[in-house]
Design a protein around this ligand. Structure first.
Ligand SMILES: Cc1cc2nc3c(=O)[nH]c(=O)nc-3n(C[C@H](O)[C@H](O)[C@H](O)COP(=O)(O)OP(=O)(O)OC[C@H]3O[C@@H](n4cnc5c(N)ncnc54)[C@H](O)[C@@H]3O)c2cc1C
Length: 510
């Protein structure tokens, strides 16, 4: 049997997911003859949040050939070196989950081996002074990596805070310049082929039809094609991640160095946690909470009482269910973004999941026809990716000493997935992170969160005993001094923005 080539790709939805897909497909597939068509509805709008990212977004930007400073200018963006977790272990405690290296190794010994031994000997009680990203974040400094730099330390690793609406607009311009056709309109019907149930076309309220070979469902939580048309099913993870609502509100800031922290802040609250994301023109704030543990009014009041500037709008509520589609790729539909699944934004992973889904789709893109083996592989890899991120997020809730509200008492007592339980056991035994190599979160990320959340190894690795106490002290002092010297030489984050990527004051979301 011969199949016609698959060349017409229809993207349903013009939020961050839809326009990221349109931008990458038009850039990579357009020259080979694929035609990309995006349908979106201004009347329905987008979810309008999604402002904190993680470092792999730089790979996506580079794949598109975007200039980093222009991207920051166009999105009112700022730099993100870390996430600060406040009150998560216990009230009054704070730690950073920093990007980049966990200080530096020595021979085969990892830094944490030496640090743990030094801690037992009473030489140090904090790992942050040895970590370049952490010290730069605390001191509000940033410099772009320079290949000419000579240093025993790895350079800063960074991500961005961006205005989600401006990012979609920026990518829309990029995609339309590369031939993406956009149709404005509300889809009211999905037309399925009678003989195999594959999608033939989507139909707008005015009767216009957009037909295609492959449909990318970027329609948000509703999953217009993957769920409403194909009833694919949803795996609900509320029993592990009970937060199901959020209030979001922007607030004003004065543009000072103190306001423009180069990190996201996550502060534990009685029924969930609050985010703080500084952009150039405003601060994004939100309270993610469990509706079983706080009423909507209580949650809104908690958020509004904990802003560090004047609110610029009324708070807006979002409702969600943690989990994922049973299949991301079903027949000729691939669900990307919120249509595929959702986990709370504690580790800023949703935009990354969009990026990795569309990269995976390009890797597995069929030329002619749909072989079920390809969709199975896409679904297998996506499911593993979601589950590993889910476990990392659960770690923050399970490893806590908080017992000051019903929400936190439940979090502490809740059983966790066996894979996470195994990792915690291995780490407690010897300070090693038992993870697979292709997972999103590196050993460094797990280390920060294990140690920050109070999951400590019972013993250090024997390699750390190879140094005398005097050499151990010198090793740590030298790193601390090198980190301090490098950070001293960096401009402030506010200066960096002012000098290199200050947004035009007219660049604003409506
Ligand atoms: C509270 C909260 C905070 C978040 N914070 C972060 C964060 O800090 N970092 C991060 O990475 N992610 C975050 N996310 C996730 C992030 O917002 C999303 O992953 C991202 O915005 C992608 O959304 P989307 O494009 O899939 O969906 P949407 O933005 O909902 O877009 C859906 C699109 O489909 C269109 N559409 C729907 N139905 C129809 C129809 N019938 N006809 C035509 N068009 C239709 C809509 O018009 C819209 O264009 C957060 C999410 C929530 C809920």
């Amino acid at each position: 049997m011969t199949f016609a080539p698959l060349r017409d790709i229809v993207i349903v939805g013009g939020g961050t997911a839809g326009w990221m897909a349109a931008a990458l497909f038009s850039h990579i597939l357009g020259p080979g003859g694929h035609r990309i068509h995006l349908v979106e509805s201004e009347e329905i709008g987008t979810v309008g949040v999604g402002e904190a990212t993680i470092p792999p977004i730089a790979i996506f930007n580079r794949a598109l050939g975007l200039d980093e400073n222009d991207f920051l200018r166009q999105t009112q963006g700022t730099i993100k070196l870390a996430i600060e977790f406040v009150d998560w272990l216990r009230p009054g405690h704070r730690y950073l989950h920093s990007f980049g290296a966990f200080s530096r190794s020595l021979g085969l010994g990892h830094f944490q081996d030496f640090w743990l031994r030094a801690h037992r000997l009473g030489m140090t009680d904090d790992w942050e002074p040895y970590i370049l990203n952490s010290v730069a974040a605390r001191r509000g400094r940033f410099i772009q990596p320079d290949p000419r730099r000579q240093s025993p330390l790895e350079p800063l690793a960074h991500a961005f805070h961006i205005d989600a609406g401006l990012y979609a607009r920026y990518l829309r311009r990029f995609a339309e310049q590369r031939g993406v056709r956009r149709t404005e309109g509300k889809i009211v019907r999905t037309v399925l082929r009678a003989h195999d149930g594959f999608v033939d076309a989507v139909e707008m309220a005015d009767g216009t039809r957009v037909a295609g070979d492959l449909f990318i469902d970027c329609s948000g939580f509703r999953g217009l094609l993957i769920e409403q048309a194909l009833n694919t099913g949803f795996e609900d993870w509320t029993h592990w991640l009970p937060c199901d609502r959020a209030w979001a509100v922007p607030s004003a800031h004065d543009g000072s160095a103190a306001a423009l922290t180069p990190y996201t802040r996550s502060t534990a609250r009685p029924a969930g946690w609050q985010w703080r994301i500084p952009l150039q023109h405003r601060t994004g704030n939100g309270y993610v909470y469990s509706s079983r543990h706080a009423s909507d009014d209580e949650a809104a009041a908690t958020l509004m009482a904990n802003l560090d500037g004047e609110a610029l709008a009324e708070p807006r509520q979002l409702r969600f269910t943690a989990g994922r589609r049973r299949r991301f790729w079903n027949r000729n539909i691939v669900a990307v973004g919120l249509a595929g699944g959702f986990m709370e934004p504690l580790e800023s992973t949703s935009i990354h999941l969009v990026q990795s889904a569309i990269s995976r789709l390009i890797t597995l893109l069929p030329n002619h026809g749909f072989d079920p083996a390809v969709a199975d592989e896409f679904n297998r890899a996506s499911a593993v990716e979601y589950e590993r991120i889910r476990d990392f997020i659960i770690l923050h809730y399970t490893a806590t000493e908080r017992a000051d509200s019903p929400f936190w008492r439940e979090c502490r007592g809740r059983p966790v997935p066996e894979e996470l339980a195994r990792r915690m056991r291995v780490f407690r035994a010897l300070g090693r992170v038992a993870r697979d190599h292709d997972e999103l979160f590196s050993e460094v990320s797990w280390l920060h969160v294990f140690l920050g959340q109070g999951v400590w190894p019972r013993d250090h690795h024997p390699l750390a005993d190879q140094l005398s106490e005097e050499d151990l002290r010198r090793f740590l002092d030298d790193i601390k001094a090198a980190v301090a010297r490098e950070v001293d030489a960096m401009p402030t984050h506010a200066d960096f923005i002012a000098r290199h990527c200050k947004a035009d004051s007219l660049t604003r979301t409506a």
